[in-house]
Design a protein around this ligand. Structure first.
Ligand code: NAD
Length: 500
């Protein structure tokens, strides 16, 4: 069976590790590969290679680093079909969704192509007489990225294109559940002209992650995954003096106001709740309906739309499925457990996706779209992130009640309001305690030139992913104050210097 190893110094290399994890095709349940789980010494060796490569790469001009990114972007476009197929085979999402993921990742590469402009720094002329001050943005050194299974290309591409364009070198630790596609991306980076050793991949688990968190040569750690691990990464990396950005889990609410158009809300919710089988950190998993009549109209329309959904393998069908399988058997069982708990706690199960079978794919990890009504804030299906195709409808009496509900939830990643009233929308944008907010937009994922990140327990660390925050995260600011006092008289002064 094929074993996925590591990518070090511009080459795919077999791992010496005796530990492996199975990789599955979630649509069939068939094990397709093994992935090696890197040892401590392999991870340390990857850091050494990245450290050696930093010396040269950090001196390459930003313009030439950007040129690598331009070529990389072109190669990603040329290879999009192959990359999407690789995502679908290990993650399970449908091909068009996999291409969407790649496109959003490529947008960060496009942003990184503008790095000469982004690294211009700041300059002040004559901060004092004959004194100028300027700020430089310099690379931090070896950076590490640790990513989740649900976006095996896009999330790593939130990280490394900007890190590399800023002049850093990188060690990536992808999810062990779908490790193959990022190995191919590494080859494309090399083809684009990236020198060996600048980008490396360590496939592994906690053992490799702990090396990245504890090795003093790693300067910055970017993490995306579940909240308990994000918290651990932030605490450990920070304790060791590293800069850390750690994005965690989510429970994203959509408010439907009585004046919202039910057709628009329903079509937005179908994709936002069930696209990628709900395995998106920006998926909408709670619809908060203001008024019973609003809720009744929505439930009615959702039921009709759900009945028309095609659930099946992510590729190979004459007509593409809307939704594929979940990532693993264990995860599908976990999601089924949540549906059971919703029933036990008294929510009304309107559409039941448990035990969903797909023809000729009986061992695939499928769960059908699931809809609950009358969900209450104390229930587990409301409080916890399910990360599956399960939509909970909560009924409230007023906008105020809706916003209080959102603001008291532990997560604050994304949210949205559907309304035709500008005043409600404006209030919502101002009052809601969430990092990424939509108005009549189902999944308000910021573009690459803005920054991505939530609030509350959806994020740890002050700087978000990509956009200006990304550039600041991967650079150290140095401020120089200078004068050229040829022939000027100088006198000793022992008081705090002030500019005259
Ligand atoms: P996960 O936390 O299980 O794993 C993420 C990464 O951490 C993987 O690379 C994994 O190998 C590593 N890891 C797992 N356990 C570890 C441990 N004990 N110590 C050190 N490293 C460990 O997450 P997942 O299941 O792969 O992904 C789903 C989660 O990611 C969801 O909670 C989802 O909301 C979240 N997510 C968040 C965002 C965001 O932007 N906020 C984006 C995508 C996914």
């Amino acid at each position: 069976m094929k074993i996925v190893g590591n990518y070090i110094n511009g080459e795919s290399v077999a791992s010496a590790s005796t530990r492996t994890a199975p990789v599955f095709n979630p649509a069939t349940g068939e094990q397709t590969k093994l992935v090696s789980l890197a040892t401590v010494s392999e991870t340390e060796a990857a850091i050494s290679i990245a450290e050696q490569a930093f010396h040269e790469w950090s001196r390459v001009s930003p313009l030439n680093r950007a040129r690598v990114m331009f070529r990389f972007k072109a190669l990603l476009e040329q290879n999009i079909d192959q990359l999407a197929e690789m995502i679908t085979l290990e993650h399970g999402k449908v091909l068009s969704d996999a291409k969407g993921e790649l496109t959003r990742g490529m947008e960060v590469v496009e942003f990184a192509c503008g790095i000469p402009h982004l690294l211009k720094g700041e300059h002040s002329l004559n901060v004092g007489r004959g004194v100028d001050s300027f700020s430089l943005m310099q690379p931090v050194g070896v950076c590490a990225g640790i990513s989740p299974f649900n976006f095996p290309v896009m999330v790593p591409m939130w990280m490394f294109p900007i890190a590399l364009a800023c002049g850093n070198t990188f060690v990536m630790k992808p999810s062990e559940k779908d490790p193959s596609v990022i190995m191919r991306v590494a080859e494309l980076l090399k083809e684009a002209g990236l020198p060996n050793g600048v980008f490396n991949i360590i496939n592994g688990d906690k053992e490799a992650v702990d090396v990245l968190l504890n090795d003093s040569r790693v300067q910055a750690v970017s993490f995306v995954g579940s909240t308990p691990i994000a918290e651990y990464i932030y605490a450990t990396g920070s304790k060791n003096g590293k800069r850390v950005q750690a994005l965690g889990g989510a429970k994203n609410h959509m408010i439907m106001m009585p004046d919202a158009e039910v057709d628009q809300v329903t079509s937005a919710l179908m994709g936002a709740a069930f696209g990628s089988a709900g395995e998106r950190c920006m998926a909408i998993s709670v619809a908060v309906c203001v008024g019973d009549e609003t809720a009744d109209r929505l439930i009615d329309k959702l039921q009709q739309e759900i009945a028309d959904m095609r659930v099946g393998p992510g590729s190979g069908l004459a007509e593409e499925a809307h939704m594929g399988p979940l990532i693993s058997k264990v995860h599908a069982e976990k999601v089924t457990g949540y549906i059971n708990s919703g029933v036990e706690e008294g929510a009304k199960l309107v559409v039941d996706g448990r035990g969903f079978k797909v023809d000729k794919h009986e061992l695939g990890y499928f769960i059908g779209p699931t809809l609950f009504d009358d969900v209450k804030p104390g229930m587990r299906i409301y409080k916890e992130e399910i990360f599956g195709p399960v939509l909970a409808v909560v009924r409230v009496g007023s906008y105020q009640e809706a916003i209080e509900l959102i603001n008291s939830h532990e997560y604050g990643n994304g949210t949205t309001i559907f309304t035709s009233d500008g005043d409600s929308a404006r209030q919502f944008c101002e009052q809601v305690q969430v990092g990424m907010v939509g108005v009549n937009i189902p999944i308000p994922v910021p573009m690459a030139f803005h920054s991505f990140g939530g609030w509350k327990r959806s994020v740890f660390g002050p700087l978000n992913m990509h956009g200006n925050d990304g550039v600041r995260f991967y650079t150290k600011m140095k401020t120089v104050t200078a004068r050229w006092p040829k022939g000027q008289q100088t006198t000793n002064s022992f008081s705090m210097p002030t500019m005259k």
